[in-house]
Design a protein around this ligand. Structure first.
Ligand code: HEM
Length: 412
């Protein structure tokens, strides 16, 4: 069996030497020891300016991350909720797209979107996720050796979101290609042009789809958005397009990285795999630990709207504040043996879906997709083994593997 190599741990002499905005840092290193040091020595750490890159606060302890995410009046998302847009000076979708809107408008938009994301409304989508996932796993097992990332995991979340949004099957590969290059890159740091062109490609696609649904509404989320009124007014075309973008960006790569990272963790720990297969641990508990372990969204970004003390530090109005779920989910103050992948972990109050008013809208769907995957793997696969080295994504926001070659031995 090929044992997978692990990435070198980062052990800097000075914390100020580290640039957490650098995608290469996240792709090439195991940042576990760095996060431990930050939580211990500098839980609210100022990463200094670098050339024309502004400085920003790095929040690493669980309780401080929760405090930031809960208080949207003091820590707003309206200037962006990811480091790259905050460093670039703001988000053009602010006040229009759910994730970067706060206060009353956020509440109104969120309640308009809650219904299609409710467990009952998602019944049909989840049914189709189960069938689709079983088919993909069966096909992978039949082939024996596959790239689990490209051949299995890439298709499950995207199919679910496309079902939800009403994207026809013929357009789905186009959407996969655009989505994967909009936030991360599989072959080096993403260039600004590549990111810009993919984002615009997605916005253009949804602009056309919204126009089509306006002319002839169907039973999907795009149709709901084009027919919905908030405070007696229809959503603007921009609001509709930005929110479709947000749903696809929020739900595709994140869930995919949880799936790939989950399989890797199971391959590396045959005891945990057996515990899951034999029913010694429940799938529901396993899903939560896969979510904590993988933490696909590394941070949530905010801007301080007023001067405030946070973790003993004085944060000034206008400062960029980044709350790192990647660190909070390994905080020894909350989790017993956080560096152990334990499918039976309980309680498991991870922050993978964030916390507070912006808590992930797609959490139920993501959990259902991971459940379908683990169930299909347990049913069809006796043993999963690495068949080559994995590839890491280059991103300071998303964490995961861009490829994972595996050999799947069928269950008899
Ligand atoms: C919000 C993570 C799956 C749609 C969020 C946030 C996080 C997150 C951390 C909060 C962002 C912030 O605080 O600024 C994840 C992870 C997922 C996942 C790790 C999978 C494992 C999904 C899915 C969808 C989705 C499947 C939709 C199909 C959204 C939306 C928001 C959001 C629309 C904005 C909510 C708001 O601002 O009120 N997600 N997500 N996510 N997520 Fe997810």
């Amino acid at each position: 069996m090929t044992a997978l190599t692990t990435r070198p741990a980062l052990a800097p002499d000075a914390l100020d030497d580290v640039d957490l905005a650098d995608p290469l840092l996240h792709a090439r290193h195991d940042l576990g020891p760095l996060w431990h040091r930050l939580r211990t020595e500098a839980p609210v750490h100022w990463q200094p300016e670098r050339g024309d890159q502004p400085g920003f606060w790095v929040v690493s302890r669980y309780d401080d991350v929760v405090a930031v995410l809960n208080d949207t009046a003091t820590f707003t998302s309206e200037r962006g909720n990811v480091l790259d847009t905050l460093l670039a000076g703001g988000d053009s979708a602010a006040g229009k797209m759910l994730a970067v809107t706060d206060g009353g408008p956020h509440k109104a938009l969120r309640s308009a979107l809650l219904k299609p994301f409710s467990p009952r409304a998602l019944d049909v989508v989840v049914d189709s996720v189960r069938r689709g996932t079983r088919g993909l796993v069966e096909e992978a097992v039949r082939r024996g050796t596959v790239d689990f990332a490209a051949d299995v995991a890439a298709h499950i979340p995207l199919a679910a979101i496309c079902d939800l949004l009403g994207v026809p099957p013929s357009d789905r590969q186009h959407i996969i290609d655009l989505t994967s290059s909009a936030l991360s890159s599989a072959d080096g740091a993403p260039t600004e042009e590549a990111t810009w062109s993919s984002r615009n490609g997605l916005l253009f696609y949804f602009s056309e789809l919204a126009a089509a649904r306006r002319a002839k509404p169907l039973d999907d989320v795009v149709s709901l958005l084009v027919t919905k009124e908030i405070d007696g007014r229809p959503l603007t075309h921009e609001q509709i397009v930005f929110n479709c973008y947000s749903i696809i960006m929020g739900g595709h790569e994140t869930t995919r990285f949880a799936m790939i990272g989950g399989l890797r963790a199971l391959m590396e720990r045959p005891g945990q795999w057996q515990a899951l297969k034999t029913g010694q641990v429940s799938t529901a508990s396993a899903v939560e630990e896969v979510l904590r372990w993988t933490t696909p969204a590394l941070h949530s970004g905010r801007t301080a709207t007023q001067d405030v003390f946070l973790g003993g530090q004085f944060v000034e109005e206008g400062d960029i504040v980044t709350a790192w779920m990647a660190s909070a989910n390994r905080d020894e103050r909350l989790f017993d043996r956080p560096e152990v992948f334990d499918l039976a972990r309980t309680p498991n109050k991870h922050l993978t879906f964030a916390h507070g008013p912006h808590f992930c809208l797609g959490a139920f769907l993501a959990r259902a997709e991971l459940t379908a995957l683990l169930e299909s793997l347990c049913e069809r696969v006796a043993v999963a083994e690495p068949a080559g080295e994995p590839g890491y994504v280059y991103s300071n926001f998303l964490s995961g593997l861009s490829s994972l070659p595996v050999t799947l031995v069928p269950e008899r």
